[in-house]
Design a protein around this ligand. Structure first.
Ligand code: BEZ
Ligand code: FE
Length: 306
């Protein structure tokens, strides 16, 4: 293998991988090399541009740690996360749609009884959230494990705030609940607000250079796990948010948009009396039974909105 040139390099790399014993790895790498080489040919990549790309990826690696995941952000803003989510979560019509996971989920969040305040001190206007979880045939699902997480009024998740001496690191505006015998859930939290994804690193610089903003529309994250059903990772978005049609990570689906309703101070749905204005959100989820096969692509899904 000598005197490789512009015309023979792609074939040479593919031949070098011919002995790969893992069929799936081989499929992925053959396609990746072909597409990378086609891309470099198509844009006539210069050495300077190639080196800038190496520097960019190096910066993405340097800023990444246990808390900050710049590679996921990069995948999100390039639409790769939404593409992979969509092509792996096709469901029959009537099931609640999935959307991107995001980087702020925390394993083993505190468990709460139904009706609890999961804000746990996070700042924001009170919001009462309720709904029901059903199977595709309409049967209510009892005991469904629901993980919920959201940002506070400043647009920060708890994990983005460094612990201080007066405020040790605690779970705020996140928690785990279980639906009751009728598949119903309710909890109290805070009003979700739009927020910018972390944009003080290389991905933020890239967005700026591309003339793009880093904002996400207000949303709550949910992960639902029920026996005999596919796990659902999704959001519920706040209607009328100004970023619904320009989400920085392309995660909005119409069926996941719901009304957050503002109420003046007074009686709340949980029987308490609120001294200041509060909000309510009602949203029902429909989970896909595990055995269901899907004939078409994810575009055949429909709303599960209450
Ligand atoms: C989020 O919604 O938490 C999120 C999703 C993608 C990138 C950054 C944040
Ligand atoms: Fe989020």
């Amino acid at each position: 293998m000598r005197n490789i040139n512009e015309d023979t390099i792609t074939q040479a790399v593919l031949a070098a991988m011919a002995g790969c014993k893992q069929p799936r790895l081989r499929t992925i790498m053959v396609s990746l090399v072909q597409h990378l080489h086609s891309f470099a040919r198509e844009v006539e990549l210069t050495e300077d541009e190639w080196f800038k790309a190496i520097q960019f990826l190096t910066a993405v690696g340097h800023i990444t740690d246990d808390v900050r995941q710049e590679f996921i952000l990069l995948s999100d803003v390039l639409g790769l996360s939404t593409l992979v989510t969509a092509q792996n979560n096709a469901k029959p019509a009537g099931c609640t749609e999935a959307t991107v996971f995001g980087p702020f989920f925390v394993e083993n969040a505190p468990e709460y009884a139904l009706g609890a305040d999961i804000a746990n001190g996070a700042g924001g206007e009170p919001c009462h959230v309720s709904g029901q979880v059903r199977s595709l045939d309409g049967r209510p699902l009892a005991g469904v494990r629901m993980d919920v997480w959201q940002s506070d009024e400043d647009g920060h998740y708890d994990v983005q705030r460094p612990p201080t001496e007066t405020q040790p690191h605690t779970h705020r505006a996140r928690g785990r609940l279980r639906t009751d015998a009728q598949g119903r859930y309710h909890f109290r939290s805070i009003l979700a607000q739009p927020y910018p994804i972390p944009h003080d690193g290389p991905v933020g610089k890239m967005l700026e250079a591309l003339g793009r903003h880093p904002w996400r529309p207000a949303h709550l994250h949910f992960m639902l796990e029920a026996a005999g059903h596919e796990r659902l990772i999704t959001h519920v978005f706040r209607d009328q948010d100004r970023y619904l049609d320009s989400d920085a990570v392309f995660g909005v689906r119409s069926t996941l948009i719901a009304p957050w309703v503002r109420h003046e101070a007074g009686p709340a749905p949980d029987g308490s009396v609120q001294e200041r204005p509060f909000w309510t959100l009602h949203y029902d989820f429909v989970l896909n039974p595990q055995a269901t096969t899907v004939a078409a692509s994810g575009t055949d899904t429909a709303g599960a909105r209450a």
